[in-house]
Design a protein around this ligand. Structure first.
Ligand SMILES: Nc1ncnc2c1ncn2[C@@H]1O[C@H](COP(=O)(O)OP(=O)(O)OP(=O)(O)O)[C@@H](O)[C@H]1O
Ligand SMILES: Nc1nc2c(c(=O)[nH]1)N=C(CO)CN2
Length: 139
């Protein structure tokens, strides 16, 4: 059974374009087919102070993974690309790559590890601008 998912990608340190390109490649290998990708935008850090601007984009994929399998896969990609610490308690930090699960079909998930739709997506311009570019009106 194939599911449609929307992800947000962000990077604000290192070679940001290379980080995003590597994440897209690994998503294609381990998650599923990338069916749409937004343009890449440069954005000011949101929710924390840093002099390092982000590159952000959104992608739509078709996947056979369950929501939790998808979270494990995206976190594995973050680790493989050198991301060290996870955020805790809403305190953000610079990151080589961040992959957030925005939407998974039309379902809601609410577990300690995973909340879908992503709880902060609507208030984040760096998510909504690229997402609107690639949404096909089914949400
Ligand atoms: N929809 C989701 N997508 C990705 N991670 C999620 C989601 N819902 C809950 N999480 C949890 O959030 C934890 C923190 O993830 P991370 O460090 O990437 O947060 P963040 O991206 O800095 O902050 P935010 O969650 O506000 O975007 C993860 O370990 C994961 O279990
Ligand atoms: N501009 C921008 N700001 C952020 C971002 C991000 O991807 N882009 N991610 C965060 C934690 O998920 C916190 N702040």
């Amino acid at each position: 059974m194939t599911h449609k998912v929307y992800l947000s990608l962000g990077a604000n340190i290192g070679d940001r374009h290379a980080g995003i390109a590597a994440a897209l490649e690994l998503l294609g290998e381990t998650v599923g087919r990338v069916v749409r990708r937004s343009s890449i935008i440069e954005t000011e850090p949101w929710g924390f102070e840093s002099e390092n601007k982000f590159l952000n984009m959104c992608v739509a994929l078709e996947t056979d993974l369950s929501p939790h399998q998808l979270l494990v896969a995206t976190q594995d990609i973050e680790r493989r690309l050198g991301r060290k610490a996870k955020s805790a308690g809403g305190v953000y930090a610079d990151r080589l790559i961040d992959i957030d699960i925005l939407l998974y079909d039309d379902i809601s998930v609410s577990t300690p590890e995973l909340t879908v739709p992503h709880p902060h997506m609507r208030e984040r311009d760096f998510v909504m601008r690229p997402l609107m570019e690639i949404m096909d009106g089914n949400w």
